[in-house]
Structures are given as structure tokens and as C-alpha cells.
Design a protein around this ligand. Structure first.
Ligand code: ADP
Ligand code: ASP
Ligand code: MG
Length: 816
């Protein structure tokens, strides 16, 4: 004999009920089956919502009732043979009109007591069990309906009654003793008190009904048929990567369900555990899936240490503290007694070893009544200032990591708390049971999704790390970067175990977000159809997503955007900047960004600020980190100026060469920034700072090769006009160099704590002389490289190489 329980979704539509009937038909071919059914999915909530409207004198409760009526009659229409339809509709109609009367009554009396709630909610299971029994008959299967209220007897605690097992077990045994029916249908969740009042077993209680019956009859198996393929490593609705756990011990299942794994109502395990009956969790929508088997076998010594992670939302934390508590027994007893008298359930307890405070986690809905009764109990001590009035904190949640085998593994809590810490999830309280089967932590409700995903990644997906990118600026470079990510996504997953997703994109006009990852095949259209862009709104949206491993990428040259880096870092969001403004802004701001990056454990990377994709800053940091000291730096750092002077000769106009450089994307959007030397000055400034020198842009000697009128031009157009007017000046520069067999290079130097930039005539044989096209070169003279410098050379401008420099920063983050 087996007991099968079918949940709300399983009986939520005619299509699903057909699946249930197929399962029952198969199973009853060679076994006796008892099927416990929930109310049709969502009806319990709809009943409550209708009642709420009625007691609030809102007559739209009638509409809500009509919806409930329609749902049932649609199912009857689809599943009951024509010849029985009238009879079944009539019987259902009678029940529904009683429900309607009850709602009318609530509208009049204006109050919903726990007793009336039970009466109201019982309609859900009474209706579904009747309809399913009749549907089975229409299919030609013999099924007998038995009202569980005649079997399960409870106390009078309405909405969450306690079962009287002695009477209940006797009732169940005597009913099924001589029973010959192959299939019995029982409504779940509902029961009666000794004095005949309707009671219920608590929300989700159909699982419990099934367990009570299974235990009373000592059946061979209890099957819980639901809408997911077993108990998952964590809630699959919150963590996409969650997967079904094949085997669990009873204790593990208790812990996971007690701490929020809704798939199993917590009290369900106890009755079957006592009789050592296995529980199998199966998916009605995918019956071929293996599901989860829960048995008395402990997983000790084998398998993964952490089996699952669960969460309870809407938790309040109560803290009772005061000097008068230290060393004096009885405080906890009085606290717990007070809560027990109020029937307030305690979910978590921690006490500091100083005994100066006790912290308890309870359901948020009980918080205010708990405050009132506790303050009353300790009124005397509070007035004598021995203890403080109770402190109540709301908007919290509990997350719990569970596994029988955790006690044999060191460092689980270390891993748990360090990965939460790295992701800026603040922990308010911690509890670990002596069995070490469960470590739980109280966190802010807003962090639950992030925490579950972080812990799941840490304990179950150790091999893949997910990075969530938010990119601002999708011009030349941004577009190439997205294309490179699109091409490399699979390679990175397979080879570097990095899952890179772009969650947000913005240009100066629009922005778009998708927390599942923006499809990189159609990002342009999605962005074009996005909402109006604003840097601050982008920041707020990134913050509100609150995703782990979030990365903000600035691929603009915009100061307003770089002004927000501090806000990103403070939220533990890494910043990758292509934009040089922040790192070359005043020293205090640069230093502050470094400090915040350290404090909030959020990387701040800007490799592309110098030499585009060349590993200049990374090399420099590695030299410093390994104890080397920079003595001097000599470099050609402007790809654009190099391009300009490599292409300029007496056969061309200077103006045309600059224009061409801009058209090919080798200059900043405003070419004056390159030509004036400001861009190079910013770069040598960043290298000087990264070498450990406190320096500002004004400290750099910039000898410009431009004329006064070039430098004073008010706009880019004027600037170009002034280049034409001053063509003679540029021809003189090139003629002078040529006469000395030199080439013109724009050189940056850092020496002895001082930096300078300017155009230089470079003689043949010098390492700079043969620098091609838009190449950059950086020579580091250090303590370890005093004469033969460490040289980095290669293309220092261009969209593709800059994009790959940004990509390298992303990979660096993935390796953190
Ligand atoms: P039923 O109506 O069948 O009783 P429930 O809604 O009570 O179903 O329970 C199934 C739901 O539990 C799943 O759809 C899922 O959203 C939620 N759930 C939460 N945690 C877990 C978990 N660890 N494993 C599986 N499901 C979970
Ligand atoms: N129908 C009840 C509820 O929604 C019982 C159950 O589904 O198990 O809580
Ligand atoms: Mg359930």
C-alpha cells in the first residue's frame, strides 16, 4: 500500500488532473493507493483574498467568489462525463453556495476569526477531492472519497491545529481495515476538533495529512507529488542553477523544510520517520524524473558535506539585553515561556557567551505582539534599568546551510561567511545547532536572492563563477567588447569556468536591463528600445538588482559617470574603467577610490587607461607587489600622436593626418585632448601614481608643440581650422627633425618623482625610433632592471585592442 499526495499545481488544471489520474491508474493496477489531494492550486489564497475583501466591506468579494466558482466549473466541464455533469455540478453548486453564504456573512460581521478561517479554507480541499473522485469515476476507475475530517482529530488551535494521534491513528486504522477500494481519495489539510469544529493543519498541511495516514497504516512508501522534480539544493525559483538532491536523511529534510524549503511542510517528516517509511518527492509534470528519496539512512561519511540551502523570509529579530541579565538564571526561561503562552514560534536563538544578550528570530507577523508581551513580562527589570526594553528589527530573513556530513568537514562556516562577506551581505546573527547539521544566519531580506546564489555557487558550483556586467558606453570599443564576449562565452565557461553575463547596457540615450542576461544576438535592438538613460538611474538600477559579482564598466570619456565610481564601490560593485578621468583626477579622489576598493572588497581596474590592451598597469603592479622599485619610466604613450607623426611628412597637410586619425578611431572623441598632450600627461600621471608617487596633473611639465591659436581654439571645428592656418609651423617641425635624421615622437618621462611630456626629435638607433603606426612603448627602469629596462611594446590604440584590454580586466576579476 502507498500514500500519494498531490499538491495544488498537480490538481491545478484539467490537464494536470489527467496526469494525476494516469499515475493513480498505473499505481493501482497492482497496489492499493490512498491519494491525498490539496485544493486546486491557488484556491486557498483566493479564498483568503475573497474573505479579506468581504471583511473590509469591499463588495468585489463577489467577483472573487465568481472566479473561484468558474475555476471549478471549468474543471468539471473538462473532466466529467456528460451523463454525470448535472449531478456533479449540483453537488459542487451546493458546496459553493455554502461558501458564498459564508462570505456574505463575513461581509456583514466584518471580522475573520481563526475559526471562520478554517471553515472558509476547508472548502478548497472538500471541493477538489470530490471533483477528482468523480473525474476518476468518469475515467472508469473505481475511487472512493473519504472525508479526512472524519479521521483526523485535533485540538482547537484554529489554522494550525495539533493532531490527537491516539484517536486519529485508531480512526484511520479502523476505516482502512476492511476497506477493499483500490483507490481512496482524501482531502488534505482539513480536520476536526474533538468537539466537532472544523480545523486545519497549517498552510501546506496536505503533506502532513498524507504523512499521518501513511504512518498510521505503516505503508511502504509516502510519495509527495508536486510541481518540481524533488527537493532542490535551494529554491529553484530563486537560483536557476539549483538541482534536485537525490538522497536526503530525514534529519536533513527536516532542517531544510523547517528553514523554508516549501516543497515539504515541516511537520510531515516526524510521523513517517517514527515508522521508517521512505518519502519520495516526485514531479507530476515530469513523472519520469527520479525525484528525491528521503530515508532514515544518514549520509554521514559520504557525498557532499552541504546538501541544501534554504531560507525563511519575513523574519524579525528580537534582542533582549542588559547588565542585569549577566549570571542570573531564569531570564531565558521567562522569555521563552512568555512567547510560548502567546503561541509565538521561535525560529532561531543565539546567546552571547557573556549572557549579556539573547537574540531570537521569529516570524515578522508576530513581532509586535511579542514586543508587547515581553516588555510586560520584564516590566519590573526594565523600570529598574536592569534590562533594556526589547529591541525589534524587521525586514530580515534567515538562510540556512544544511547537511548531515558538515560536522566531519572543517571550514564550512568559514566558506559560508567569507563568501557572504565578499558579496557585501551583512550578517545580523548566527546560529549553529550542536548537531552541526545546520548553520543559519540572519540577513537583510533584500539580500536573500544574492545570498542564496552566492552560497549555491560556493557549495555546489565551485567550478563556475558568474560575473554580472553592467556596461555604460557602447561606442566603437564597447561594441567590440560585447562582440568579443559573445564569441568567447562558451570557451570561458568550458575552460576558465567563468560565466560572463551582461545584465545592463547603456549609451547616452537609452539603457536596458535583464537580470537573466541580455541576449547578445540582439542587444542593439533591445538597447534602442530601452528606457531613457541617465548615469544615476543606471547606478540605482544596478544597486537594486543586488547581484553577486557585479561589475560596472565605464567605456565612456564622461566625467559625470566617473564621479559615480565611489557609489559603485561602496556597494561592493567592481569597477572597470576605460575612462581615464577618475585615475587622473585629483590625487585625493584617486586615493579614495583605491581605499574604497580595498574596504568594500570591490576591484577597481583600469588597465586600458595606459597603452590600451597592452599589459602596462598589470606589469607595473606585479613589479611593485613583488618588491621592485620604479626608478624611471620612458614611454611613447599616445597611439594617436604616434599615428599622426608617423604619417605626417612634407607631402601631406597636418590637418588631414589628424582628421584621418580621428576617423579611424585612434583619437579621443575630442582630438585636442590628444594633440595638446593632456592625454599623455594623464597616462604618465597614472603610471607615476601606480609607482607610488603622490602627483597631480598640474605637477607634470607639458611642453606643447601646438601653437597658441591651436591651444586656444574654442571648439573642435575651430581647432581644425587653426591647424590649417598654422600648417607652416607643423612643416617647420618636421623639416627640423628631418635635417637631423630624427623622427618626431611624443615622449612621456617619469624620473626622480617628476614627470614631463613633450614632442622630441628621436635619433636613429633609439628604441623609440622605429615605433610603427599607432604603437606604444613603455620602458620601466627599476631596481631589478637598472640598465636594460623592461619594455612593453605594441599597438596602443584602436577599438579591438582596447576591448581586449577591458576583457583582460574582466578575466582578472574572474580570477579574484
Ligand atoms: P504543492 O502545491 O505541490 O504542495 P508547494 O508550492 O507547497 O507545492 O511546494 C513546491 C514549491 O516549493 C516549488 O515550486 C518551489 O517553488 C518551492 N521550493 C522552495 N524551496 C525548494 C527546494 N529546496 N526544493 C524544491 N522546491 C522548493
Ligand atoms: N491548500 C492548503 C494550502 O494552500 C494546503 C496545501 O496545499 O497543502 O496551504
Ligand atoms: Mg505544499
Amino acid at each position: 500500500m502507498k500514500v500519494l499526495k498531490f499538491g495544488g499545481t498537480s490538481v491545478g488544471s484539467a490537464k494536470n488532473i489527467n496526469k494525476v489520474m494516469a499515475i493513480l491508474s498505473d499505481m493501482s493496477a497492482n497496489d492499493k493507493v490512498i491519494a491525498v489531494v490539496s485544493a486546486i492550486g491557488g484556491i486557498t489564497d483566493k479564498l483568503l483574498a475573497a474573505a479579506e475583501l468581504a471583511v473590509n466591506k469591499d463588495d468585489s468579494y463577489k467577483k472573487a467568489f465568481k472566479t473561484i466558482e468558474d475555476i471549478h466549473s471549468n474543471i468539471i466541464d473538462a473532466l466529467i462525463l456528460n451523463e454525470h455533469k448535472t449531478e456533479v455540478s449540483k453537488a459542487v453548486g451546493t458546496k459553493l453556495s455554502r461558501l458564498e453564504h459564508l462570505l456574505d456573512g463575513l461581509f456583514l460581521v466584518n471580522e475573520l476569526s481563526p475559526k471562520a478561517t478554517d471553515k472558509l479554507l476547508s472548502f478548497g480541499e472538500l471541493l477538489s477531492s470530490y471533483i477528482i473522485t468523480e473525474a476518476l469515476k468518469s475515467k472508469g476507475l473505481k475511487a472512493n472519497l473519504k472525508n479526512s475530517q472524519e479521521l483526523i482529530v485535533t485540538d482547537n488551535t484554529h489554522t494550525n491545529a495539533s493532531v490527537n494521534f491516539k484517536i486519529t491513528n485508531a480512526n484511520i486504522e479502523s476505516h482502512f481495515k476492511g476497506d477493499k477500494n483500490k483507490i481512496t481519495i482524501l482531502p488534505g489539510f482539513i480536520s476536526k476538533s474533538l468537539d466537532g469544529e472544523i480545523t486545519t493543519l497549517g498552510r501546506g498541511g496536505s503533506d502532513y495529512t498524507a504523512a499521518i495516514v501513511a504512518a498510521a497504516l505503516e505503508v511502504e512508501e509516502l510519495q509527495i507529488w508536486t510541481d518540481v522534480s524533488g527537493m532542490f539544493t535551494t529554491n529553484p525559483k530563486v537560483v536557476k542553477q539549483a538541482f534536485p538532491i537525490k538522497r536526503l536523511s530525514y534529519q536533513e529534510a527536516v532542517e531544510l523544510s523547517h528553514f523554508g524549503a516549501k516543497v515539504l511542510y515541516p511537520p510531515t517528516v516526524q510521523p513517517v520517520l517514527d515508522k521508517n517509511i521512505p518519502i519520495i518527492i516526485k514531479n507530476t509534470l515530469a513523472p519520469e524524473d527520479e525525484g528525491t528519496s528521503i530515508t532514515g539512512e544518514s549520509t554521514n561519511g559520504t557525498g557532499l558535506a552541504v546538501k541544501g540551502i534554504s531560507n525563511i523570509n519575513e523574519i524579525a529579530l528580537l534582542t533582549l539585553q542588559g547588565n542585569g541579565m549577566v549570571g542570573i538564571p531564569g531570564f531565558s526561561k521567562r522569555l521563552f515561556e512568555t512567547l510560548a503562552q502567546e503561541k509565538i514560534n521561535i525560529v532561531l536563538i543565539t546567546q552571547a557567551s557573556s549572557e549579556h544578550s539573547i537574540c531570537i528570530g521569529i516570524s515578522e507577523k508576530d513581532a509586535e505582539s511579542a514586543r508587547a508581551v515581553i516588555d510586560l513580562t520584564f516590566e519590573n527589570e526594565i523600570s529598574l534599568h536592569k534590562i533594556d526594553p526589547i529591541i525589534v528589527e524587521n525586514d530580515l530573513a534567515i538562510i540556512a546551510v544544511v547537511g548531515d556530513n558538515m560536522k566531519n568537514h572543517q571550514g564550512i562556516s568559514g566558506k559560508m561567511f567569507s563568501s557572504l562577506g565578499k558579496n557585501n551581505v551583512n550578517i545580523r546573527a548566527i546560529a549553529q545547532g550542536a548537531s552541526e547539521r545546520n548553520i543559519s544566519a540572519v540577513i537583510a531580506a533584500k539580500d536573500v536572492k544574492k545570498a542564496l546564489n552566492t552560497l549555491h555557487e560556493r557549495f555546489f558550483e565551485t567550478r563556475t563563477r558568474q560575473l554580472n556586467l553592467f556596461i555604460t558606453g557602447v561606442g566603437n570599443v564597447g561594441e567590440r567588447l560585447i562582440e568579443q564576449i559573445r564569441q568567447q562565452q562558451d570557451y570561458l565557461k568550458d575552460n576558465l569556468k567563468l560565466n560572463i553575463r551582461i545584465i545592463g547596457l547603456s549609451n547616452s540615450r537609452t539603457m536596458v536591463f535583464n537580470d537573466e542576461g541580455i541576449s547578445l544576438d540582439s542587444w542593439k535592438e533591445q538597447l534602442a528600445n530601452g528606457v531613457k538613460a541617465a548615469p544615476k538611474d543606471f547606478l540605482d538600477t544596478v544597486k537594486s538588482f543586488n547581484l553577486r559579482n557585479s561589475v560596472f564598466m565605464d567605456i565612456t570619456a564622461n566625467k559625470d559617470i566617473s564621479d559615480l565610481y565611489q557609489d559603485y564601490l561602496r556597494k561592493n560593485i567592481a569597477v572597470i574603467a576605460c575612462n581615464k578621468i577618475a585615475c587622473s583626477s585629483n590625487y585625493e579622489n584617486y586615493k579614495q577610490l583605491k581605499r574604497l576598493s580595498y574596504k568594500y572588497n570591490a576591484s577597481f581596474l583600469f588597465e586600458t587607461n595606459v597603452g590600451a590592451g597592452l599589459p602596462v598597469i598589470d606589469t607595473l603592479s606585479n613589479l611593485i607587489a613583488s618588491g621592485d622599485e620604479i626608478q624611471s619610466i620612458k614611454a611613447v604613450l599616445s597611439g594617436s600622436l604616434n599615428y599622426v607623426f608617423n604619417n605626417f611628412d612634407d607631402s601631406k597637410r597636418f590637418h588631414d593626418v589628424v582628421k584621418q586619425a580621428q576617423d579611424e578611431g585612434y583619437t579621443e572623441p575630442d582630438p585636442r585632448i590628444d594633440l595638446s598632450g593632456v592625454d599623455v600627461a594623464r597616462k604618465i600621471l597614472i603610471l607615476a601614481r601606480e609607482s607610488g608617487t603622490e602627483m597631480n596633473l598640474e605637477d607634470i611639465t607639458n611642453t606643447s608643440f601646438l601653437t597658441k591659436s591651436n591651444l586656444e581654439s574654442e571648439s573642435v571645428d575651430h581647432f581644425y581650422e587653426s591647424l590649417i592656418a598654422d600648417e607652416g609651423h607643423f612643416q617647420e617641425l618636421i623639416a627640423s627633425a628631418k635635417a637631423k635624421h630624427c623622427k618626431l615622437k611624443y615622449v612621456a618621462e617619469f624620473n626622480d618623482g617628476k614627470a614631463s611630456v613633450g614632442l622630441k626629435e628621436i635619433p636613429e638607433g633609439h628604441p623609440f625610433y622605429n615605433l610603427e603606426g599607432k604603437d606604444n612603448i613603455v620602458m620601466f627602469y627599476t631596481q631589478r632592471y637598472p640598465e636594460q629596462p623592461m619594455i612593453i611594446i605594441g599597438a596602443g590604440a584602436g577599438a579591438d585592442v582596447t576591448a581586449s584590454g577591458l576583457f583582460a580586466d574582466i578575466i582578472r576579476l574572474g580570477n579574484v
